[in-house]
Design a protein. Structure first.
Lengths: 352, 241, 194
């Protein structure tokens, strides 16, 4: 596609965003090349509320959530939406609280865009996207309610839990942000932080005792952890959960992070295009509809995993329920359905 | 752990020195005064200086210069080391936000195989550094004679603890939580950049965005005027004929 | 005449029905908008619709485009191509130089297979060439000298003297009378200073 052709498509078919040129998708994002005819096809479909894979504009693809997939993490999750595949591991380590908030623990994000996802990420290619995603994650957790950081504090000013959240992109098939946010939420839900007892001897020296019992642990309350909904503007309409092809047609999208109560915790415009203010308001309004869609889906689907045998924690969710997503208390501690992938990963790292 | 007897140990209880820094409590209800000037650096292709309240931003544009591939807008936004107390936000992310806000305003297709470099420096930060940098950068781009659809005007807003919306917040107000930064192309009524953080319930976000847009519309004529002045200074009037 | 109006990007100038958009403007919703800061100039072409354009007389940012004649300096040569730095577009000096490439097959129009780069250019030569492609993400501007008017215009001999062209493919040093091979351009009469 040349700049001229891209411009032509959107000039002809969208009035709200006539300023187009050059690069098709968001910065550094894995992208596909589309011909003009393909773009027009996608655009026309979306105008009639029918997308290439048969979805409506506000429908998600099938979301697969699998927790406890990596054994040596505090909590882990793998989320698959269409061809997007994300693995998140949470590791809890002891650290020193930050000066500004002596009574709280903190969270660190790291996003690894491995070249498994697309060859563009080879070397330092994925770094830019990785930092961008990590920054968004910091932003959505940058408020008091999403995670109770006070519960991560062991001793004010001296010791706290630091949650290192590592995101690994295994496959990119569009809608990275949403997938990652769901995976982070699932991994946090899955996290079991060992309980710590502080022992103090007569001289004032302190000693820690970690409980050996794997069930004697602290669970995080993730009800208020927000999920990201990315709304991509295509033509006159917006779509949720855009595929790679649809992302290539969109010049601007709005990323909204919402909690299950509908509170907006972060919002960002992505991409190089500009948006009509009215369409932004429309998108903000749209979050309620999407939330309802989430809430109306099968309640507490995690329960399915209850009677399941080892290796069956994976659950298919037609529409994931935001609030009921992480209700179940029961988890298989030692299942490792993902071991194959992990093995291949470790093999690769040794090869490098 | 045995105490280290060789060192003078600090007190058990210690506080961050920032706790003792006096905090100005005054909340200005009036809009903050703005000073804008374009074309003040002689070496750069275009430049602008913008001041609002205590926030001062200097921006320079270089280019277009040869670069492989399509036209790129390379933006960098930095905070001077002495610009504010306490830690500063990551400059890399800020540059990206600046780039996103400006890309929709610049006619990049007119500059194939070239690169435009935008360097913005926040000299002093008293709130609203990012939106001011957006305004300054678009002023500098226009001053450099880069073809643009419109000036991108930045605006900021924060919500105080009582829920009141405060346009052009001070840095102390920004810290309190919920903020919105927006960049608007006023003549075309298009939003080119949007960053919202903190918690926004119900329709408060929509209200905040609207208020922010109003702020941008107010700033727009100021930028226009300073640009006209700079243009008249820089370019001799064409002889009719 | 009234002083020319000064405008800034995004300013609405007039309806498309009254004027035709010229340099430094764009159209949207049936109106002409300014995309440059500068002076508005309306040019009346006999009977035609007046053309509205924006003038910034000084250095408008010229970029090499396909088909323009450029003056460049040879930086390096190898068996396949010569690397050059574009310094002038037409007769305008550029503020920043752009890098270009003259491939072996673009040096001459005829007998392309017999052309050799080192017999056509030497580093330091001043060459007049034409842009044939903007190149892709990896490559530079592609230039050609396959015309009579294009090729080496200024070259220095090993003795350091400015050489005098003696044929299509040879130049001679006035000091040592050594002949060196070049792709010599026939400089157009209007550019010659006598």
């Amino acid at each position: 596609m040349t700049a001229m052709e891209t411009g032509m498509v959107s000039n002809r078919y969208s009035v709200s965003r006539p300023f187009t040129s050059g690069r098709e998708s968001c910065s550094g994002m894995a992208s596909v090349q589309l011909s003009e005819a393909e773009k027009v096809y996608i655009l026309h479909g979306i105008q009639d509320d029918l997308r290439v894979d048969g979805r409506g504009c506000e429908d998600y693809r099938c979301i697969e959530v699998e927790t406890d997939v990596v054994s040596n993490t505090t909590g882990s999750a793998r989320v698959k939406i269409g061809h997007t595949d994300v693995l998140v591991g949470v590791k809890a380590e002891m650290g020193i609280p930050k000066l500004g908030s002596p009574g709280e623990g903190y969270v660190e994000f790291f996003v690894d865009c491995s070249a498994n996802a697309t060859p563009e990420f080879e070397g330092r290619g994925g770094e830019e996207l990785g930092t961008e995603i990590a920054n968004v994650l910091y932003k959505i957790f940058d408020n008091k309610s999403s995670l109770n950081l006070k519960s991560l504090c062991i001793q004010p000013r001296e010791h706290c839990w630091v949650l290192y959240i590592d995101v690994l992109l295994l496959e990119c098939g569009g809608n990275l942000f949403d997938t990652i946010s769901i995976a982070v939420k699932a991994a946090l839900f899955n996290a079991r932080i060992p309980k710590v007892r502080v022992l103090e001897d007569e001289e004032g020296a302190k000693d820690f005792e970690l409980s050996d019992d794997p069930y004697d642990c602290m669970r995080l309350n993730v009800t208020n952890v927000p999920c990201i909904v990315t709304l991509s503007r295509i033509g006159h309409r917006h779509v949720v959960d855009a595929t790679l092809q649809e992302e290539a047609c969109s010049l601007a999208s709005v990323l909204v992070s919402v909690t299950s109560k509908g509170v907006l915790t972060c919002m960002r415009k992505l991409g190089r295009g500009s948006l009509d203010p009215e369409s932004i308001f429309e998108m903000i309004e749209c979050r309620h509809k999407i939330l309802r869609q989430f809430l109306g889906a099968i309640p507490a689907f995690w329960v399915q995993g209850k009677g399941a045998t080892r290796g069956e924690t994976s659950t298919q969710v037609p529409n994931f329920t935001h609030s009921s997503l992480f209700k179940d208390k029961y988890m298989h501690l030692h299942t490792q359905p993902y071991s194959a992938v992990c093995m291949s990963l470790s093999r690769e790292s040794t090869a490098i | 752990m045995a105490p280290d007897s060789r060192r003078v140990r600090g007190p058990e209880e210690s506080q961050s020195p920032l706790l003792y820094v006096p905090c100005s409590e005054a909340v200005a209800e009036v809009p903050r005064a703005v000073f804008a000037r374009a074309g003040l650096l002689s070496q750069a292709s275009g430049s602008a200086y913008l001041e609002m309240g205590g926030t001062k931003v200097l921006c320079a544009v270089w280019g277009p210069r040869g670069a492989p591939g399509r036209c790129r807008l390379q933006c960098e936004l930095r905070w001077a080391p002495f610009s504010r107390r306490g830690p500063r936000s990551s400059p890399r992310q800020a540059g990206l936000l600046l780039q996103e806000s400006l890309e929709a305003a610049v006619r990049l297709e007119r500059y194939p195989r070239a690169e435009l470099a935008v360097w913005a420096l926040v000299l002093e930060e008293r709130g609203c550094g990012l939106p001011l940098a957006v305004s300054a950068a678009s002023l500098a781009l226009a001053d450099a004679g880069i073809e643009m659809y419109d000036l991108a005007v930045g605006g900021g807003l924060s919500r105080g603890p009582g829920g009141q919306l405060q346009p052009d917040p001070l840095d102390t107000e920004e810290e309190s939580g919920a903020t919105v930064y927006l960049s608007l192309l006023p003549a075309l009524n298009q939003v080119s950049g949007l960053v919202c953080s903190g918690e926004w319930e119900g329709d408060s976000a929509v209200e905040a965005i609207k208020l922010c847009m109003e702020g941008c519309q107010r700033l727009y004529p100021v930028l226009q005027q300073s640009l006209v002045k700079a243009t008249k200074r820089k370019i001799p009037e064409p002889q009719s004929g | 005449m009234a002083p020319a109006k000064c405008c800034v990007p995004g300013e609405r100038l007039c309806s498309l029905e009254d004027c035709a958009p010229g340099h430094g403007t764009y159209c949207k919703h049936g109106y002409i908008f300014a995309s440059l800061s500068g002076y508005v100039v309306k040019k009346n072409d006999n009977g035609m619709m007046p053309v509205l354009s924006i003038v910034r007389d000084t250095d408008s940012h010229l970029l090499p485009v396909i088909g323009v004649t450029v003056t460049c300096k040879v930086m390096s040569i190898n068996a396949r191509f010569a690397k050059v730095q574009i310094m002038y577009i037409g007769s305008t000096a550029l503020k920043t130089t752009f890098r270009g490439t003259i491939r072996k097959e673009d040096i001459r129009a005829t007998e392309k297979d017999k052309v050799e780069v080192y017999k056509s250019f030497r580093p330091g030569d001043i060459v007049v060439a034409k842009v044939i492609s903007l190149g892709d993400a990896q490559s530079n501007y592609l230039l050609t000298t396959a015309e009579n008017e294009l090729g080496v215009v200024v070259a220095h001999s090993e003795a350091g003297a400015s050489m005098v062209p003696i044929s299509w493919c040879e130049m001679q040093c006035p000091k040592t009378h050594i002949k060196e091979q070049r792709k010599v351009a026939r400089v157009r009469a209007e550019y010659l200073q006598t």
